[in-house]
Design a protein around this ligand. Structure first.
Ligand code: F0G
Length: 356
Protein backbone atom coordinates (compact mmCIF):
# COMPACT_ATOMS: atom_id res chain seq x y z
CA UNK A 1 0.00 0.00 0.00
CA UNK A 2 1.26 3.45 -0.88
CA UNK A 3 2.45 5.40 2.10
CA UNK A 4 0.16 8.35 2.80
CA UNK A 5 1.87 11.66 2.31
CA UNK A 6 -0.67 14.28 3.18
CA UNK A 7 -4.38 14.61 2.68
CA UNK A 8 -4.36 14.98 -1.11
CA UNK A 9 -2.87 11.53 -1.53
CA UNK A 10 -5.19 10.06 1.08
CA UNK A 11 -8.36 11.51 -0.43
CA UNK A 12 -7.25 12.01 -4.02
CA UNK A 13 -10.37 10.40 -5.49
CA UNK A 14 -12.49 13.05 -3.75
CA UNK A 15 -10.34 16.03 -4.74
CA UNK A 16 -9.96 17.88 -8.05
CA UNK A 17 -6.51 16.65 -9.07
CA UNK A 18 -5.13 14.36 -11.76
CA UNK A 19 -2.33 11.80 -11.75
CA UNK A 20 -0.14 14.44 -13.44
CA UNK A 21 -0.62 17.05 -10.72
CA UNK A 22 2.50 18.01 -8.77
CA UNK A 23 1.33 17.88 -5.17
CA UNK A 24 2.61 20.57 -2.81
CA UNK A 25 2.43 18.94 0.60
CA UNK A 26 3.97 19.04 4.06
CA UNK A 27 2.18 15.83 5.16
CA UNK A 28 -0.75 17.79 6.55
CA UNK A 29 -3.98 16.24 7.85
CA UNK A 30 -4.43 12.94 9.69
CA UNK A 31 -4.73 14.89 12.94
CA UNK A 32 -5.81 13.17 16.16
CA UNK A 33 -9.44 12.97 17.25
CA UNK A 34 -9.07 12.95 21.02
CA UNK A 35 -11.87 11.86 23.36
CA UNK A 36 -12.15 14.11 26.41
CA UNK A 37 -11.96 12.05 29.59
CA UNK A 38 -12.08 14.53 32.44
CA UNK A 39 -14.31 17.39 31.34
CA UNK A 40 -17.47 15.25 30.84
CA UNK A 41 -17.01 13.99 34.44
CA UNK A 42 -16.49 17.54 35.70
CA UNK A 43 -19.74 18.74 34.13
CA UNK A 44 -21.47 15.49 35.13
CA UNK A 45 -23.22 14.97 31.81
CA UNK A 46 -23.62 11.83 29.77
CA UNK A 47 -21.94 13.03 26.56
CA UNK A 48 -19.03 11.91 24.41
CA UNK A 49 -16.92 14.93 23.46
CA UNK A 50 -14.11 14.58 20.95
CA UNK A 51 -11.70 17.28 19.88
CA UNK A 52 -10.20 17.36 16.39
CA UNK A 53 -6.76 18.71 17.22
CA UNK A 54 -5.88 20.68 14.12
CA UNK A 55 -3.03 22.41 15.92
CA UNK A 56 -0.92 19.38 14.98
CA UNK A 57 -0.85 20.30 11.30
CA UNK A 58 2.59 21.30 9.91
CA UNK A 59 2.17 25.03 10.55
CA UNK A 60 -0.02 24.51 13.61
CA UNK A 61 -3.49 25.17 12.24
CA UNK A 62 -6.26 23.74 10.04
CA UNK A 63 -5.30 26.19 7.29
CA UNK A 64 -2.75 23.69 5.99
CA UNK A 65 -5.58 21.45 4.75
CA UNK A 66 -6.84 24.15 2.44
CA UNK A 67 -3.40 25.48 1.58
CA UNK A 68 -2.00 22.19 0.24
CA UNK A 69 -4.88 22.18 -2.29
CA UNK A 70 -4.85 25.89 -3.07
CA UNK A 71 -1.09 26.04 -3.66
CA UNK A 72 -1.08 22.75 -5.58
CA UNK A 73 -3.71 24.18 -7.95
CA UNK A 74 -2.04 27.59 -8.16
CA UNK A 75 1.21 25.94 -9.25
CA UNK A 76 -0.64 23.67 -11.69
CA UNK A 77 -2.19 26.76 -13.25
CA UNK A 78 1.25 28.38 -13.61
CA UNK A 79 0.94 30.97 -10.86
CA UNK A 80 4.21 32.35 -9.49
CA UNK A 81 2.80 34.24 -6.52
CA UNK A 82 0.01 33.87 -4.01
CA UNK A 83 -1.62 36.46 -1.80
CA UNK A 84 -3.91 36.49 1.22
CA UNK A 85 -5.30 38.67 3.96
CA UNK A 86 -4.98 37.05 7.34
CA UNK A 87 -5.45 37.20 11.08
CA UNK A 88 -2.24 35.15 11.23
CA UNK A 89 -2.77 31.46 10.57
CA UNK A 90 -3.55 31.71 6.87
CA UNK A 91 -0.47 33.87 6.38
CA UNK A 92 1.78 31.35 8.15
CA UNK A 93 0.35 28.50 6.12
CA UNK A 94 0.47 30.34 2.79
CA UNK A 95 4.07 31.33 3.47
CA UNK A 96 5.14 27.75 4.22
CA UNK A 97 3.45 26.17 1.21
CA UNK A 98 4.77 28.91 -1.09
CA UNK A 99 8.32 28.10 0.01
CA UNK A 100 7.66 24.43 -0.54
CA UNK A 101 6.41 25.16 -4.05
CA UNK A 102 9.14 27.67 -4.88
CA UNK A 103 6.77 30.59 -5.46
CA UNK A 104 6.28 33.96 -3.69
CA UNK A 105 3.78 34.72 -0.94
CA UNK A 106 2.40 38.18 -0.15
CA UNK A 107 0.41 38.47 3.08
CA UNK A 108 -1.63 41.39 4.41
CA UNK A 109 -1.99 41.35 8.17
CA UNK A 110 -3.52 43.80 10.66
CA UNK A 111 -0.66 45.67 12.30
CA UNK A 112 -0.26 44.66 15.95
CA UNK A 113 -3.24 42.32 15.96
CA UNK A 114 -1.76 38.96 15.15
CA UNK A 115 -0.45 36.52 17.73
CA UNK A 116 3.31 36.38 18.22
CA UNK A 117 3.82 32.78 17.11
CA UNK A 118 2.05 33.41 13.83
CA UNK A 119 4.19 36.45 13.10
CA UNK A 120 7.35 34.50 13.96
CA UNK A 121 6.40 31.72 11.57
CA UNK A 122 5.51 34.00 8.71
CA UNK A 123 8.81 35.86 9.09
CA UNK A 124 10.81 32.63 9.21
CA UNK A 125 9.13 31.25 6.08
CA UNK A 126 10.21 34.41 4.32
CA UNK A 127 6.88 35.75 3.09
CA UNK A 128 6.50 39.34 1.93
CA UNK A 129 4.63 40.73 4.93
CA UNK A 130 2.51 43.82 4.38
CA UNK A 131 1.14 45.16 7.66
CA UNK A 132 -1.89 47.40 7.27
CA UNK A 133 -3.34 49.99 9.61
CA UNK A 134 -6.65 48.23 9.46
CA UNK A 135 -8.36 44.95 10.26
CA UNK A 136 -8.79 41.64 8.44
CA UNK A 137 -11.94 42.76 6.62
CA UNK A 138 -10.16 45.77 5.14
CA UNK A 139 -7.21 43.56 4.20
CA UNK A 140 -9.55 41.13 2.49
CA UNK A 141 -11.18 43.77 0.35
CA UNK A 142 -7.75 45.14 -0.63
CA UNK A 143 -6.55 41.68 -1.60
CA UNK A 144 -9.57 41.14 -3.84
CA UNK A 145 -8.95 44.50 -5.49
CA UNK A 146 -5.19 44.15 -5.97
CA UNK A 147 -5.55 40.66 -7.49
CA UNK A 148 -7.25 42.37 -10.44
CA UNK A 149 -4.11 44.44 -11.02
CA UNK A 150 -1.24 42.04 -10.21
CA UNK A 151 -0.45 38.44 -11.22
CA UNK A 152 -1.21 36.87 -7.85
CA UNK A 153 -3.52 33.99 -6.88
CA UNK A 154 -5.74 34.61 -3.86
CA UNK A 155 -5.45 31.79 -1.33
CA UNK A 156 -8.05 32.97 1.16
CA UNK A 157 -11.04 30.65 1.53
CA UNK A 158 -12.88 32.44 -1.28
CA UNK A 159 -10.55 30.24 -3.36
CA UNK A 160 -12.73 27.11 -3.82
CA UNK A 161 -9.70 24.81 -3.61
CA UNK A 162 -9.22 25.90 0.01
CA UNK A 163 -12.68 24.54 0.82
CA UNK A 164 -11.92 21.33 -1.08
CA UNK A 165 -8.83 20.69 1.05
CA UNK A 166 -10.50 21.61 4.31
CA UNK A 167 -13.50 19.31 3.75
CA UNK A 168 -11.15 16.37 4.38
CA UNK A 169 -11.31 17.09 8.12
CA UNK A 170 -14.93 15.88 8.05
CA UNK A 171 -13.85 12.78 6.12
CA UNK A 172 -11.23 11.97 8.75
CA UNK A 173 -13.75 12.34 11.58
CA UNK A 174 -16.23 9.98 9.92
CA UNK A 175 -13.43 7.55 9.08
CA UNK A 176 -12.34 7.58 12.75
CA UNK A 177 -15.78 7.42 14.41
CA UNK A 178 -17.36 5.08 11.86
CA UNK A 179 -20.11 7.64 11.22
CA UNK A 180 -20.78 11.37 11.52
CA UNK A 181 -21.11 12.75 15.07
CA UNK A 182 -24.46 14.12 16.29
CA UNK A 183 -23.12 17.66 16.69
CA UNK A 184 -20.14 19.44 15.21
CA UNK A 185 -19.00 22.60 17.04
CA UNK A 186 -16.49 25.04 15.62
CA UNK A 187 -15.34 28.64 15.85
CA UNK A 188 -16.56 30.85 13.01
CA UNK A 189 -14.61 33.82 11.65
CA UNK A 190 -14.46 34.19 7.89
CA UNK A 191 -16.74 31.10 7.74
CA UNK A 192 -14.67 29.04 5.30
CA UNK A 193 -14.22 26.18 7.72
CA UNK A 194 -17.89 25.66 8.59
CA UNK A 195 -18.55 25.71 4.84
CA UNK A 196 -15.86 23.10 4.25
CA UNK A 197 -16.96 20.74 7.04
CA UNK A 198 -20.54 20.86 5.82
CA UNK A 199 -19.41 20.06 2.28
CA UNK A 200 -17.32 17.12 3.54
CA UNK A 201 -20.07 15.66 5.73
CA UNK A 202 -22.61 16.09 2.94
CA UNK A 203 -20.42 14.35 0.34
CA UNK A 204 -19.88 11.38 2.66
CA UNK A 205 -23.61 11.15 3.40
CA UNK A 206 -24.53 11.31 -0.30
CA UNK A 207 -22.08 8.48 -1.00
CA UNK A 208 -23.38 6.54 2.03
CA UNK A 209 -20.02 6.51 3.79
CA UNK A 210 -21.90 8.16 6.67
CA UNK A 211 -25.51 7.35 7.58
CA UNK A 212 -26.30 10.80 8.96
CA UNK A 213 -25.30 14.46 9.07
CA UNK A 214 -24.30 16.38 12.18
CA UNK A 215 -26.01 19.47 13.53
CA UNK A 216 -23.56 22.32 12.86
CA UNK A 217 -22.97 24.71 15.77
CA UNK A 218 -21.02 27.84 14.82
CA UNK A 219 -19.61 29.85 17.69
CA UNK A 220 -18.28 33.39 17.55
CA UNK A 221 -16.61 35.87 19.88
CA UNK A 222 -19.11 38.33 21.39
CA UNK A 223 -17.29 41.32 19.91
CA UNK A 224 -17.08 39.77 16.45
CA UNK A 225 -20.41 38.04 15.96
CA UNK A 226 -22.02 39.00 12.65
CA UNK A 227 -23.81 35.66 12.27
CA UNK A 228 -25.36 35.93 15.73
CA UNK A 229 -26.39 39.53 15.03
CA UNK A 230 -27.67 38.59 11.59
CA UNK A 231 -25.70 41.42 9.99
CA UNK A 232 -22.13 42.19 9.01
CA UNK A 233 -20.35 44.62 11.31
CA UNK A 234 -17.45 47.06 11.40
CA UNK A 235 -14.78 47.24 14.11
CA UNK A 236 -14.88 43.64 15.39
CA UNK A 237 -12.93 43.18 18.62
CA UNK A 238 -11.86 40.12 20.62
CA UNK A 239 -8.86 38.63 22.40
CA UNK A 240 -9.30 35.68 20.03
CA UNK A 241 -7.59 37.61 17.24
CA UNK A 242 -7.88 34.70 14.80
CA UNK A 243 -11.64 35.31 14.57
CA UNK A 244 -11.59 39.09 14.82
CA UNK A 245 -13.74 39.37 11.69
CA UNK A 246 -16.90 41.35 11.01
CA UNK A 247 -17.48 40.73 7.31
CA UNK A 248 -17.21 36.98 6.66
CA UNK A 249 -16.59 36.08 3.04
CA UNK A 250 -18.45 32.74 3.15
CA UNK A 251 -21.60 34.42 4.51
CA UNK A 252 -24.20 32.59 2.39
CA UNK A 253 -22.46 29.20 2.59
CA UNK A 254 -22.35 29.36 6.38
CA UNK A 255 -26.05 30.26 6.64
CA UNK A 256 -26.75 27.35 4.35
CA UNK A 257 -24.81 24.96 6.62
CA UNK A 258 -26.70 26.24 9.65
CA UNK A 259 -30.11 25.93 8.00
CA UNK A 260 -29.58 22.58 6.26
CA UNK A 261 -28.13 20.98 9.38
CA UNK A 262 -30.70 22.40 11.79
CA UNK A 263 -27.86 24.08 13.65
CA UNK A 264 -27.30 27.50 15.17
CA UNK A 265 -24.86 30.33 15.84
CA UNK A 266 -24.04 31.73 19.25
CA UNK A 267 -21.46 34.03 20.80
CA UNK A 268 -19.22 33.99 23.85
CA UNK A 269 -17.33 36.64 25.74
CA UNK A 270 -13.54 36.76 25.81
CA UNK A 271 -13.71 35.60 29.45
CA UNK A 272 -15.75 32.54 28.50
CA UNK A 273 -13.43 31.74 25.60
CA UNK A 274 -10.30 31.99 27.75
CA UNK A 275 -11.92 29.94 30.52
CA UNK A 276 -12.61 27.15 28.01
CA UNK A 277 -9.03 27.36 26.71
CA UNK A 278 -7.67 27.01 30.23
CA UNK A 279 -10.09 24.22 31.13
CA UNK A 280 -8.89 22.19 28.18
CA UNK A 281 -5.23 22.57 29.00
CA UNK A 282 -5.70 22.25 32.76
CA UNK A 283 -7.99 19.22 32.74
CA UNK A 284 -7.15 17.39 29.52
CA UNK A 285 -3.56 18.35 28.65
CA UNK A 286 -4.63 19.84 25.32
CA UNK A 287 -3.38 23.32 24.47
CA UNK A 288 -5.20 25.24 21.75
CA UNK A 289 -5.22 28.90 20.84
CA UNK A 290 -8.00 31.16 22.20
CA UNK A 291 -10.17 31.21 19.04
CA UNK A 292 -10.15 27.42 18.94
CA UNK A 293 -11.52 27.16 22.46
CA UNK A 294 -14.67 28.97 21.34
CA UNK A 295 -15.88 25.60 20.04
CA UNK A 296 -15.62 24.03 23.49
CA UNK A 297 -17.07 27.09 25.23
CA UNK A 298 -20.11 26.76 22.97
CA UNK A 299 -20.42 23.00 23.31
CA UNK A 300 -20.32 23.13 27.12
CA UNK A 301 -22.84 25.97 27.19
CA UNK A 302 -25.26 24.11 24.95
CA UNK A 303 -24.79 20.78 26.77
CA UNK A 304 -25.63 22.54 30.02
CA UNK A 305 -28.75 24.21 28.69
CA UNK A 306 -29.95 21.01 27.00
CA UNK A 307 -29.77 22.31 23.44
CA UNK A 308 -27.19 19.58 22.84
CA UNK A 309 -28.88 16.41 24.07
CA UNK A 310 -27.39 14.00 26.61
CA UNK A 311 -26.30 10.72 25.05
CA UNK A 312 -24.84 12.56 22.05
CA UNK A 313 -21.51 12.33 20.31
CA UNK A 314 -20.00 15.79 19.85
CA UNK A 315 -16.91 16.87 17.92
CA UNK A 316 -15.26 20.23 18.60
CA UNK A 317 -12.64 21.45 16.15
CA UNK A 318 -9.57 22.89 17.82
CA UNK A 319 -8.43 24.98 14.90
CA UNK A 320 -4.98 26.12 16.07
CA UNK A 321 -2.15 25.21 18.44
CA UNK A 322 -1.84 26.97 21.80
CA UNK A 323 1.78 27.81 21.04
CA UNK A 324 0.58 30.27 18.42
CA UNK A 325 -0.31 32.82 21.09
CA UNK A 326 2.10 32.61 24.04
CA UNK A 327 1.32 36.16 25.23
CA UNK A 328 -2.35 35.47 25.88
CA UNK A 329 -1.52 32.14 27.54
CA UNK A 330 1.04 33.60 29.92
CA UNK A 331 -1.14 36.57 30.82
CA UNK A 332 -3.82 34.10 31.92
CA UNK A 333 -1.49 32.41 34.37
CA UNK A 334 -0.54 35.41 36.52
CA UNK A 335 -1.50 33.52 39.71
CA UNK A 336 0.71 30.55 38.90
CA UNK A 337 4.10 32.23 38.57
CA UNK A 338 6.89 29.70 38.79
CA UNK A 339 8.83 29.81 42.07
CA UNK A 340 12.53 30.64 41.94
CA UNK A 341 14.75 29.00 44.55
CA UNK A 342 18.41 28.35 45.33
CA UNK A 343 19.99 25.53 43.33
CA UNK A 344 20.43 23.07 46.20
CA UNK A 345 18.77 19.86 47.32
CA UNK A 346 17.15 21.26 50.44
CA UNK A 347 15.46 24.07 48.57
CA UNK A 348 14.16 21.74 45.85
CA UNK A 349 12.96 19.22 48.44
CA UNK A 350 11.13 21.97 50.30
CA UNK A 351 9.54 23.28 47.11
CA UNK A 352 8.15 19.82 46.41
CA UNK A 353 7.07 18.83 49.90
CA UNK A 354 5.38 22.20 50.52
CA UNK A 355 3.25 21.54 47.44
CA UNK A 356 2.15 17.97 48.07
N1 F0G B 1 -9.71 29.42 14.39
C1 F0G B 1 -8.50 29.85 14.01
C2 F0G B 1 -7.33 29.49 14.85
C3 F0G B 1 -8.37 30.63 12.84
O1 F0G B 1 -7.16 31.06 12.49
C4 F0G B 1 -9.50 30.97 12.09
C5 F0G B 1 -9.41 31.81 10.91
C6 F0G B 1 -10.74 30.47 12.52
C7 F0G B 1 -10.81 29.70 13.66
C8 F0G B 1 -12.00 30.74 11.78
O2 F0G B 1 -12.08 29.99 10.62
O3 F0G B 1 -12.34 31.87 9.05
O4 F0G B 1 -12.81 29.51 8.35
O5 F0G B 1 -14.35 30.70 9.91
N2 F0G B 1 -8.35 32.41 10.55
C9 F0G B 1 -8.17 33.15 9.30
C10 F0G B 1 -6.73 33.56 9.14
C11 F0G B 1 -9.13 34.24 9.11
O6 F0G B 1 -6.44 34.54 8.47
O7 F0G B 1 -5.85 32.87 9.66
P1 F0G B 1 -12.95 30.54 9.40
Amino acid sequence: MARYTGLINRYRNRLPISTETRIISLNEGNTPLIKLENIPKLIDKDVEIYVKYEGLNPTGSFKDRGMTMAVTKAVEEGSEAIICASTGNTSASAAAYAVRAGIRAFVLIPDGKIALGKLAQTLMYGAEIIQINGNFDQGMSLVKEVAKHAPVTIVNSINPFRIEGQKTAAFEIVDDLGDAPDYHCLPVGNAGNITAYWKGYTEYAVDKVATKLPVMCGYQAAGASPFVNGAMMDNPETVATAIRIGRPQSWDFAWNAQKESGGWFDKFTDEQILAAQKMLSYHEGIFCEPASATSLAGALHDINNGKIKEGSKIVCTLTGNGLKDPDTAISQCKDTHPVTIEANLDAVKKAILDNM
